[in-house]
Design a protein around this ligand. Structure first.
Ligand SMILES: [Zn+2]
Length: 134
């Protein structure tokens, strides 16, 4: 079964930044995929180009920079994360469109304190497990 493995400090930092922000926060999960297990080794925050509390977009140039960081460190971009403000951590209609473009793990945190990881399988959203590591 697919699952996302993330360090507690990383998840906590994302949740914390989400709570402190008036707009959706976003960024990338760098790490490795091994047999359906996605191990996060690094998180990279990016700007929300839309500066919006209800949607996000990463600037393509910033995305390119993250690709370069990953390459330099021998990691893959295994996922994307962003926050939802005062709404549940489930993908929105716009997120679904994004998931069609970025077919990796989508970690969504809510400022309500909940979070979940999602992938697209046969065009449908599937929630996968999140395992928190020390
Ligand atoms: Zn969203």
């Amino acid at each position: 079964m697919k699952a996302l493995y993330i360090k507690g400090v990383h998840l906590y930092e994302i949740l914390q930044r989400a709570k402190e922000s008036k707009v959706e926060i976003c960024g990338f999960l760098l790490g490795q995929e091994r047999e359906d297990r996605f191990f996060v080794e690094e998180i990279v925050f990016t700007k929300n180009k839309l500066d919006s509390p209800i949607e996000f977009e990463v600037d393509p140039l910033e995305t390119l920079e993250v690709f370069q960081i990953a390459e330099k460190e021998g990691l893959e971009i295994i996922g994307i994360f962003h926050s939802h403000i005062n709404s549940p951590h489930y993908p929105s209609g716009k997120d679904l469109k994004g998931m069609n473009l970025w077919r990796n793990v989508w970690l969504i945190v809510s400022t309500l304190g909940t979070y979940g990881a999602f992938i697209l399988k046969n065009g449908e959203i599937k929630e996968i497990g999140v395992v928190i590591l020390d």
